[in-house]
Design a protein around this ligand. Sequence first.
Ligand SMILES: NC(=O)c1ccc[n+]([C@@H]2O[C@H](COP(=O)([O-])OP(=O)(O)OC[C@H]3O[C@@H](n4cnc5c(N)ncnc54)[C@H](O)[C@@H]3O)[C@@H](O)[C@H]2O)c1
Length: 247
Amino acid sequence: MKNLFDLTGKVIIVTGGSGFLGSQFVAHLRECGATVVIFDTNAPEPVDITNPASVEAATQKVVAVHGRIDGVVHAAGMAAEIGKADELFAPYEKFSIELWRKEFEINLTAAQIVTQAVVPQMMKQKSGSVVFIASDLSLIAPNNSIYDGGKFKDIAYVSSKAGMLGLMRGWASYLGAHNIRSNALVPGGMYKETYADEFVKKNSAQNMLGRMSLQGEYNAPLQFLLSDASSYMTGQSLIVDGGRTAW
Ligand SMILES: NC(=O)c1ccc[n+]([C@@H]2O[C@H](COP(=O)([O-])OP(=O)(O)OC[C@H]3O[C@@H](n4cnc5c(N)ncnc54)[C@H](O)[C@@H]3O)[C@@H](O)[C@H]2O)c1
């Protein structure tokens, strides 16, 4: 039987591929037989995805070396460690506009820059899959009671991640005629060893399965969106959040 989930020979760019989720995605996609190229500032060959010239050069290199681009995964983000970045968890009326602009630049504008760079090659091929890594907070308001007192989930994160779904749908509508698909993977919070027990407990109580996601649990949903198994799916969000947003 043909394996519709097979990624053998596919060339896939992963932005943020050195990060927490990104590195899990890269390892999994490579295990599935894909050739993966990382666009990340924290990489042996750094690529700053907020810089159009740097993205264009890196994309041209992918085409020159590998001959095609089958997928792009937008997994870069300005994610903050809980407890580390007080400024990011500031009351909203005091939230720094400089920080707001920076976060929109990384979470949203850069995803536009990378999509603009890769799409011409996908159009030549008449195929491709663009996957935006959104967030449960793209769909719902943050429940600030799960954070330490006086901390409020980064308003620029919540806003830019909601915007990402608009970006995804806009591109889906535009690219459909070229047989290029654009979808979002919408994950809930993933467990990290560095999280405080109290935060894990409160976060876990937010969803129907009563736990944060395990590491690796978003890999197969991503594989689905990049593979021929999802060939008739575009403009949609695949929500993998333990039921949090269905409550
Ligand atoms: N971790 C979670 O539980 C979770 C849950 C839902 C959604 N998400 C989303 O997944 C994405 C990744 O999250 P993460 O936890 O892996 O974050 P992370 O901070 O571990 O990784 C982000 C990566 O993006 C890279 N990056 C930042 N700015 C860049 C730039 N200008 N150019 C190139 N690379 C840049 C960083 O170097 C880093 O490797 C985020 O967009 C986040 O919103 C994460």
